[in-house]
Design a protein around this ligand. Structure first.
Ligand code: B1M
Length: 228
């Protein structure tokens, strides 16, 4: 019974179905419970919230990631799935805290100074959250000074910086330099992404990693975590 409901949660995340009103990626699913209803039902049945995260949400998002890379899913499909995970995580958060499930690490996300493009950064935040990380999203147009302040205060494991403009990508370098000046550079791993950036640019400015898309961002974070 528990296995069944976890499998249903997984399949409904893959279908991007938030609730019973949703059609689903394959269509024709209106009326069947969606992720919100299933997660609540599973909690009422006493299902371990940690299993819902690892075997339901996380496994579903790896499949969504594979489909996205294979170009079977496009950004709206991926977002629909990611949003169901975000909603499920909001329902599960208090139960996870009670069950003592540690997050995999803390990530501060920001679009850099001067840049207002936040759609990609929001996707990365949601996917990282779905992968089990605690994410504090600072929004867009975030100055190096604000990043230094939050790193000092919150001591995150990772900072994720996003830029969409060739004119703002240098603010990533500025942010990394500000962390170094504040004596914080070796306390936190910095990963970057966004259309004008690249792995070469990441290396050039002294970032620890680069993600071409949200799933790669998760992979880079996992690799850096294993190495530390
Ligand atoms: Co603007 N814009 N925009 N824009 N905009 C671009 C980026 C542009 C390429 C359009 C063009 O000219 N063809 C161009 C940049 C050119 C350049 O620098 N070379 C541009 C410009 C010029 C501008 C303005 C200067 C226009 C003007 O006012 N004259 C202005 C700048 C404002 C500012 O930021 N200060 C501007 C404004 C805007 C809007 C506000 C209208 C709006 C943004 C709304 C918002 O974000 N809330 C907007 C939009 C929507 C776009 C386009 C159309 C779409 C960007 C987007 O959301 N893509 C864009 C053209 C295009 O890309 N077709 C364009 C979808 C998103 C899911 O992809 O953000 O790449 P992306 O994120 C991906 C990956 O890059 C990666 O994962 C994400 C998911 O797969 N990723 C990471 C992103 N961050 C990551 C971080 C990571 C890892 C991976 O680790 C931390």
């Amino acid at each position: 019974m528990t296995d069944d409901i976890i499998e249903q949660i997984k399949q409904n995340v893959i279908q991007g179905r938030m609730d019973k009103e949703d059609e689903g990626f394959d269509g024709g699913m209106v009326g069947q419970p969606g992720v919100k209803e299933l997660v609540q039902q599973a909690l009422d049945m006493g299902t371990d919230p940690r299993r819902m995260v690892t075997e339901g949400l996380t496994e579903a998002m790896s499949i969504v990631g594979e489909r996205f890379e294979a170009k079977d899913y496009f950004i709206p499909d991926m977002l629909a799935s990611a949003e169901t995970v975000g909603e499920a995580m909001d329902i599960l958060a208090p139960h996870l805290a009670k069950s003592g499930m540690a997050t995999k690490g803390k990530v501060i996300m920001a679009t850099v100074k001067g840049d207002l493009h936040d759609i990609g950064k929001n996707i990365v935040s949601i996917i990282l959250k779905g992968a089990g990380y605690e994410v504090n999203d600072m929004g867009a147009d975030v100055t190096p000074e604000r990043i230094v302040a939050i790193v000092t205060e919150e001591k995150p494991d990772f900072i994720g910086l996003s830029a969409l403009l060739t004119t703002t990508m240098m603010a990533m370098k500025e942010t990394i330099e500000s962390l170094a000046e504040a004596g914080l550079r070796d306390k936190v791993k910095v990963i970057i992404g966004g259309a004008p950036t690249s792995a070469e640019f990441a290396a050039e400015i002294g970032a620890d990693g680069y993600g071409a898309d949200a799933f790669q961002a998760v992979r880079v974070v996992e690799e850096l975590k294993q190495r530390s």
